[in-house]
Design a protein around this ligand. Structure first.
Ligand code: EPU
Length: 330
């Protein structure tokens, strides 16, 4: 373990942060000894993948494991699907490209999402009309309660919009590999605005390239302007709340949610409160997309969290809707 470990290069918001210790995890069997070492020192242990969905406090008084377990393996057919097992440290977008190159379509709508395979199931990543749950078969994770490896089926993960059993029990499970199920009878999914101009028989590579182009147009690149993607969930509200909003603002986007509820656009609510392009010191809201909180350079966690608090209060006061932060404060 390396003491006083610098995490600024390991979070896409680019926040200055250090951990008491850090270590790179290249194989699953390195985890149990590391956890024991942390426990012997009385320190908490957390894993970071790409650091693209966290807001890091300046100091983590514990051990950070940088997930770097590699490996991509085509396991073969399973009913209507091809199964691909991937190490938790693999980069998500590179995996999407690899599957397309190997004629295994199905992940193209999820192209361009920053982060690692191990992080993808935590918040059930989703974009452009597809969620991970639709391409998920199983995963293996270390249960830190008893230091054993466990297999989770799709049902065990209890996925829903930006939610899973892993998100609800932060830090308990450490994902070591993910097995994806890619459809043998693949069909393009072009329903999302921005993709519906493609030919109905567009191939997976074209869809992937289009998704990347749409993302590049709509979202700031964290390498140029630190950010953690969508900073809030799209709120899912009772139909009565959505109807009240629609009565005043018929143009407000709304999407069907589970159980007759309605998903609203957090970006729309935030923009209407005047935050798009707003700056609060070095922290700000992207002028490209109102759902993205950005670090203009030199922002601290406190400035980012203060700005997020301002946004939540303003949206609550104006629309009576409570926004929930997506990246975990660690
Ligand atoms: N909108 C605004 N102002 C803006 C941006 C968008 O009013 O500045 C409105 C527009 O009406 C637009 C609507 O919001 O039609 C939806 O915008 P967008 O298509 O960009 O999607 P989103 O709901 O804001 C979600 C995901 C994104 C994902 C996109 C595309 C969440 C929290 N975010 O954003 O995921 O890429 O859909 O599928 O569900 C992420 O999680 O980090 C992420 C980027």
């Amino acid at each position: 373990m390396t003491p006083d470990f610098d995490l600024q290069g390991h979070n896409t918001l680019g926040l200055p942060a250090r951990a008491r210790f850090g270590a790179t995890i290249s194989q699953a069997n390195e985890l149990a000894p590391l956890l024991s070492e942390a426990a012997a020192l009385g320190l908490p242990f957390r894993v970071l993948g790409g650091g693209s969905n966290v807001v890091l406090r300046p100091r983590f008084d514990g051990v950070i494991g940088l997930m770097a377990i590699a490996g991509r393996e085509l396991l073969g057919q399973h009913g209507e699907h091809m199964l691909v097992r991937v190490g938790a440290g693999e980069n998500w977008h590179q995996l999407v490209e690899w599957t397309i190159e190997h004629n295994l379509p199905g992940l193209e709508n999820l192209a361009g999402i920053p982060g690692t395979l191990g992080a993808a199931p935590i918040q059930n990543i989703g974009a452009y009309g597809c969620e991970l749950v639709e391409r998920f078969h199983a995963l293996v994770a270390l249960d830190t309660d008893d230091n054993t490896l466990k297999t989770f089926t799709r049902d065990d993960c209890d996925f829903s919009y930006r939610q899973s059993v892993f998100k609800r029990t932060p830090g308990r499970f450490i994902v070591v590999s993910v097995t994806l199920a890619l459809p043998k009878a693949w069909r393009p999914n072009l329903g999302y605005p921005g993709l519906n101009t493609l030919a109905a028989d567009a191939d997976a590579k074209t869809i992937m390239q289009t998704v990347v182009a749409v993302r590049n147009r709509k979202l700031p690149d964290w390498r140029q302007l630190g950010n953690a993607g969508s900073f809030f969930h799209n709120p899912i509200v009772d139909a009565s709340v959505a109807d009240r909003l629609a009565a005043e603002h018929p143009e407000a986007p709304r999407y069907p949610g589970a159980d007759g509820r309605v998903k609203l656009s957090a970006a729309w609510l935030i923009e209407r409160c005047g935050f798009k392009g707003h700056r609060h010191g070095a922290a700000g809201v992207s002028d490209q997309h109102a759902l993205v909180v950005v670090n203009h350079g030199g922002a601290t966690q406190q400035q980012i969290s203060d700005l997020a608090g301002e946004i939540v209060s303003a949206v609550e006061a104006r629309f009576g809707v409570h926004l929930v932060q997506e990246p975990e404060l660690l």
